[in-house]
Design a protein around this ligand. Structure first.
Ligand SMILES: Cc1cc2nc3c(=O)[nH]c(=O)nc-3n(C[C@H](O)[C@H](O)[C@H](O)COP(=O)(O)OP(=O)(O)OC[C@H]3O[C@@H](n4cnc5c(N)ncnc54)[C@H](O)[C@@H]3O)c2cc1C
Length: 351
């Protein structure tokens, strides 16, 4: 009998399974290997200051150092490179945003993230009418590469099954079982498809579809992440990833002309150098009404748990919240109320 059956090998399920294995737990993961899953399509940006109002990310002072440490250690453990710290060049939308920022950036709490001395070497290739600023502690997480390494790691331990879980095939009276796999607990990490989970679908998922493009920009040789309504980040050679859109009324995992046009238009406004689009992909983010993750046990079925709702910031949130969930499972801590799904139980589940 296993300790945990985990459904979904995106970033949430992978990190959780890995941490539980490190703690000596017996785990099996089942994943349908969907190439369009959010984690496989994600832009991979880890950015400390975001949004139109340039706000510090929620829990940044705790999450950033943790994520940097976690991924660099994980790279060594898995023997692959997928985490790349990089300066984030934030181009101001207009003079007003630049002025607001120059007043705000004196705040003590922002100092750890400012890189005021940094000179962006690619100014001539971009439209930058109102200036820019540069942040520290940003990074690119090549999530698809990390998941491939995890897949090899789990497969070599015989604890990854690649198939879709049909919920009607899950037996939940007593220990949980699916086909020949039985476990004391099940943890659902299905990303946005958790919306259709018969036990957790009552949680307020608000999935958002996002488009990403891969560009070829010859001889730009840019090492930084650029952010200006969209992001541009280096991949390798002359290739760059650009994203993303936020589409709330379409939950199909196929690219649309509308999404393409939106990104392409923004790129034309931002870039002064020629570019060529070589790929267009979409994924759907597990976004949540209050923009806080979903962690915890089902209010009624105590051997059923969820780790989901990482929204548009899975790369940053996953390491710390995986550890947080593991601590609660081993009795080493209790869940923060703002991420515990108990916050919705009364309103949406009636308990
Ligand atoms: C276009 C786009 C750009 C993004 N950019 C960024 C970014 O720059 N930075 C950042 O931090 N985050 C970004 N995100 C968000 C990030 O991708 C998510 O926060 C994160 O990937 C969510 O991970 P997850 O493991 O919860 O879900 P997922 O990645 O969706 O993983 C769930 C897994 O479960 C599988 N699954 C579901 N149901 C079943 C079933 N019944 N049986 C078997 N398997 C099942 C799925 O196929 C999938 O493999 C972006 C997302 C998108 C879509």
């Amino acid at each position: 009998m296993l300790d945990y059956l985990i459904i979904g090998q995106g970033i949430a399920g992978s990190l959780l399974a890995y941490n539980l294995i490190q703690k000596g737990q017996h785990v099996c993961i089942i994943d349908d290997a969907n190439p369009n899953s959010s984690s496989r399509v994600a832009g991979g940006l880890i950015n400390p200051i975001t949004g139109k109002r340039l706000q510090k990310t929620w829990l940044a002072d705790r999450l950033f150092p943790f994520a940097h440490n976690y991924y660099t250690t994980l790279e060594k453990d898995l023997g692959t490179s997928f985490f790349h710290p990089k300066p984030v060049v934030r181009i101001f939308a207009d003079a007003r945003q630049a002025n607001d920022w120059s007043a705000k950036c004196a705040d003590d709490e922002l100092q750890a993230y400012l890189n005021s001395e940094y000179k962006f070497p690619h100014v001539p290739s971009f439209n930058i009418p109102s200036g820019y600023t540069v942040f520290k502690q940003g990074a690119v997480l090549d999530c698809a590469t990390m998941l491939e390494s995890f897949s090899d790691y789990f497969s070599s331990r015989g604890c990854l099954i690649k198939k879709e879980v049909d919920y009607s095939g899950l037996k939940t009276d007593g220990p949980v079982s699916f086909e020949s796999v039985a476990a004391n607990n099940i943890i659902f990490c299905e990303g946005w498809k958790g919306k259709h989970n018969p036990w957790f679908g009552w949680l307020p998922f608000v999935p958002s579809k996002g488009d990403v493009l891969t560009l070829r920009i010859k001889n730009l040789n840019m090492k930084e992440i650029v952010s200006r309504g969209i992001f541009i980040r280096p991949l390798y050679d002359d290739l760059y990833r650009v994203g993303s859109t936020y589409i709330w009324d379409d939950q199909t995992e196929s690219p649309t002309q509308k999404g393409f046009d939106e990104l392409y238009g923004k790129l034309q406004a931002l870039l002064k150098t020629p570019f060529e689009v070589v790929e267009h992909k979409v994924g759907i983010c597990p976004t949540v009404r209050d923009r806080r993750p979903f962690l915890g046990r089902h209010p009624e079925f105590k051997n059923m748990l969820i780790f989901n709702g990482l929204g548009t910031k899975g790369g940053l949130l996953a390491p710390w919240f995986t550890s947080h969930l593991c601590d609660s499972l081993t009795g080493a801590g209790t869940l923060l109320p703002e991420v515990n799904i108990e916050r919705f139980a009364e309103k949406f589940y009636g308990r």
